[in-house]
Design a binder for this molecule. Structure first.
Ligand code: BGC
Length: 800
């Protein structure tokens, strides 16, 4: 407040300068960027709620229409406006769901951003989107999406970052920080275990506690803890039998209590069934409106006492606080310079492109040597640059890849075009022959292919990971006449490439936003040295993919039987050779790794451990490398993935330059989620640290011994096995007691005279194993009642 007063005085005395204005902006930003609890919004909201009628409170719990919340004018509580994202602002012209989307900048989709592995780049993207939100008077952008790519066939995979929880969580946190640093809120979605589109309103995700925490909740957890999104959007599906919108384990116990979420929960559009249960669980805002139906139900519930008014008050207070924060956010009336935004998209998009193959270094194209270039494929004229569904943004300008390639080609060269296939992804002999004729005449053919719009859309999953037959046929036919063929792919998710061996280069350009076409031209001509790496595994065939053939589930019960083995974790465990592995991507330069070091060879799991390694640019041009660090646990007590990504860093290196990269490892980098104690734990033992440039190229290796500082033990019951008593050193004496009782039941253990000492010992070992795995209650029957119920109860009472 002090700063505001000084600035106010400056204004009054006429000394308000540009600098003052900038300082004011800075302070306002700093305030806005605070996590909601730091400012006094809650106190103020609580006061406002005390002045509200029941009708007013209840009315705030649902939307006014599809995009606005309800105001309470007499208390100065405004209506705030939300808009879909996350790859730009889907700016609805009106208040209904199908209102035409007005022009806004279209950025690369999340699967493209995921391939950048670049938190700074994602943050820049989000900041640029937020500037448009401010200009369009949007208070909350509905994104980012952080669901895991359980199967590559998931229909909304283009909207999600990765198959890995750490990569997804870190990128989502960067996105949220970027948007919220500009005073606009986010809605982290879709919480949780929302991984298939087929029957998305109805299916029940049946997932065990460990898998849920390690894979499906971790990205949300990272994003919440690191970035505190103002809002969270709950999913449509059920999780273990309970709708996400009524799920108190998720919304209350985990989100609020365990993770310390300070914002509010919004329902996905139409995800609400029982509104009372929703309020109890922690669902603040039902979207869109419900035409008063649920308002009446809530009112009646409060009146008849089945919903305590105090609970409604808590929910409404939190809701009003976030509304107030959103209202306070800084507005601007000018739209960011559209050309600058477009140029930014081109840069961002270029950094997401993954070079998958580059035989004979055919790329970058040597412009001077190319007299004729054949550009083939309808996507070169009508590119795919975003996915279908609620995230669809309407850009004012879209780059045409063909034109952008032409602009970068030498003036005296010829660039031809042939469609090769129709927008509906069919082809004909005529289209194929025309493409072949162009290719035959050219030095190089560039084929644009991938997935048509209808293949990747909200609400539908893919049936397989194949490209359309027409695209495959085109590639195969062109390569018959042109050995120098480069394929540029436009798709939002992993695809099969049965033709991969026939082409010289493969450029994965994703759905690169409105300037994706320019970015492709930049990569083809070497204006950008590609630095993206796959954030999802590319499989050889649909049959190799995780969950196959069980995805999407058709009987509404999606049993997550593959557990934690998804993506590269599945690949590693099943020894499946992928087409291109997770973390893979080439550059026009090369990198060499060396010098991995750890500051400790053994430590308690609460100690921070520093790992460093060196990476050198061994080529002739500058380039960026994504250094990846994976951890493997060699303790056999728990089934664990062969390795898991824990850290990554994107490093810019000039030719010949070497940099040292440092990673700080902590408890969670070694831990697994232990469902028996409902908490994260580490196992005692050896951990291997691997570092390198892809999940299957990790030349650096070191190891560290980790010991748990605070081991948690499951509560012991009559059903606990004897060996479970032995786990906790504090129970060692009890364990010995129990084992003696157990062994006393085996008379064979007493020497008979006819057996050797070795035979006797062998038998002892076998019985010990048997008893170790026996639940303690069985000792009562085994001892024919000598070991009594009371003795058992006493031991359990003494156990820790
Ligand atoms: C989608 C959400 C979206 C919402 C509003 C839902 O159908 O699942 O991701 O934000 O609609 O358009």
């Amino acid at each position: 407040m002090k700063y505001f007063k000084i600035l106010y005085m400056q204004v009054i005395i006429g000394k308000f300068t540009f600098l003052s204005f900038t300082v004011l902006l800075f302070i306002k930003h700093a305030l806005i960027a605070q996590s909601p609890d730091k400012v006094d919004y809650y106190k103020k909201a609580a006061q406002q709620v005390r002045q509200m009628t029941l009708e007013e409170k209840v009315s705030l719990c649902s939307g006014l229409d599809h995009w606005n919340t309800k105001p309470v004018e007499r208390l100065n509580i405004p209506s705030i406006r939300v808009a879909d994202g996350p790859n730009g602002v889907r700016r609805a012209s009106g208040s209904s769901y199908n209102s035409v989307a007005l022009p806004a900048t279209c950025f690369p989709t999340a699967s493209a951003l995921g391939a950048s592995w670049d938190t700074a780049l994602v943050r820049i993207t989000a900041e640029a989107i937020a500037e448009e939100c401010r200009a369009f008077n949007i208070q909350i952008l509905l994104g980012p999406g952080v669901n895991m790519k359980r199967s590559p066939m998931g229909g909304r995979n283009f909207e999600y970052f990765s198959e890995d929880p750490v990569l997804s969580g870190k990128l989502a946190a960067a996105y949220i920080k970027g948007i919220q640093s500009r005073g606009v809120g986010t809605s982290l979605k879709h919480f949780a275990v929302n991984n298939q589109e087929f029957e998305r309103y109805s299916y029940n995700a049946v997932v065990d506690e460990r898998t849920m925490h390690e894979l499906y909740l971790t990205p949300f957890e990272i994003a919440v803890k690191e970035a505190q999104p103002w809002t969270m959007m709950c999913a449509y599906n059920k999780i273990n039998g309970e709708l996400a919108s009524e799920n108190s384990i998720l919304l209350h116990d985990i989100l609020k209590k365990q993770w310390g979420f300070k914002g509010i929960v919004i329902s996905d559009w139409g995800a609400v069934d029982n509104r009372i249960k929703g309020i109890e669980a922690g669902l603040h805002l039902e979207m869109p409106g419900n035409d008063g139906v649920n308002d009446r139900i809530l009112m009646e519930a409060v009146r008849n006492g089945s919903l305590p008014e105090s609970r409604l008050d808590e929910i409404v207070t939190e809701l009003v606080a976030i509304t107030d924060i959103a209202k306070d956010a800084f507005r601007i009336n000018t739209l960011p310079d559209q050309q600058k935004q477009h140029d930014l998209v081109r840069k961002i998009s270029g950094e997401c492109i993954v070079l998958l193959k580059n035989k004979d270094n055919i790329l970058p194209l040597p412009a001077a040597k190319i007299r004729q270039l054949a550009v083939i494929g309808a996507f070169a004229m009508n590119p795919r640059f975003e996915g279908s569904g609620s995230s669809k943004v309407t850009p004012a300008i879209v780059d045409t890849p063909f034109k952008e390639i032409k602009k970068l080609s030498l003036k005296n060269s010829t660039v031809s075009y042939a469609a090769g296939y129709t927008p509906e992804a069919t082809t004909s002999d005529t289209l194929i022959e025309e493409a072949k004729a162009n290719a035959r005449k050219a030095n190089v053919a560039i084929i644009f292919a991938g997935l048509p719009d209808v293949y990747e859309a909200e609400g539908v999953d893919r049936k397989n990971i194949k490209m359309p037959e027409a695209h495959i046929r085109l590639i195969e036919e062109v390569t018959k006449v042109q050995p120098n063929t480069v394929v540029v792919l436009m798709n939002g998710a992993a695809i099969e490439m049965p033709w991969a061996n026939k082409v010289k280069a493969i450029v994965e350009a994703w759905l690169g936003g409105q300037a994706g076409g320019g970015a492709i031209a930049d990569v083809l001509y070497g204006k950008i040295n590609p630095s993206g790496k796959l954030s999802e595994t590319f499989w050889n065939r649909t049959e190799d993919t995780p969950v196959y053939p069980g995805f999407p589930v058709k009987d509404k019960t999606a049993l997550y039987g593959e557990g934690i083995f998804v993506g590269y974790r599945y690949c590693d465990s099943k020894k499946i050779t992928p087409l291109f592995p997770f973390g893979y991507g080439l550059s026009y330069t090369t990198f060499a790794y060396s010098g991995i070091k750890t500051n400790k060879t053994s430590a308690q799991d609460t100690t921070e451990i520093i790992i460093e390694c060196k990476v050198r640019n061994t080529g002739k041009i500058a380039g960026m490398e994504i250094v990846q660090l994976y951890v493997r646990n060699e303790n056999e007590e728990m089934i664990r993935p062969e390795k898991e990504l824990k850290h990554f860093a994107k490093v810019l290196l000039q030719p010949g330059e070497e940099k040292t990269v440092h990673f700080k490892l902590n408890f969670r980098d070694f831990a697994y989620y232990d469902p028996q104690v409902h908490a994260w734990q580490t196992s005692n033992g050896k951990y291997i640290i691997l570092a390198g440039g892809s999940s299957q190229n990790l030349p650096l290796k070191t190891q560290i011994n980790i010991s748990p500082a605070n081991m948690l033990y499951p509560k012991l019951t009559r059903y606990s096995m004897l060996k479970e008593f032995a786990k906790n050193p504090a129970n060692k004496a009890l364990y010995n007691e129990l084992m003696n009782v157990a062994l006393s039941t085996r008379t064979e253990l007493t020497a008979t005279g006819n057996e050797t000492e070795q035979e006797r010992k062998g038998r002892l070992v076998r019985f010990t194993i048997t008893f170790n795995n026996m639940p303690v209650y069985k000792l009562i029957a085994r001892t024919k009642g000598k070991f009594t119920e009371d003795m058992l109860a006493e031991i359990i009472k003494r156990a820790e």
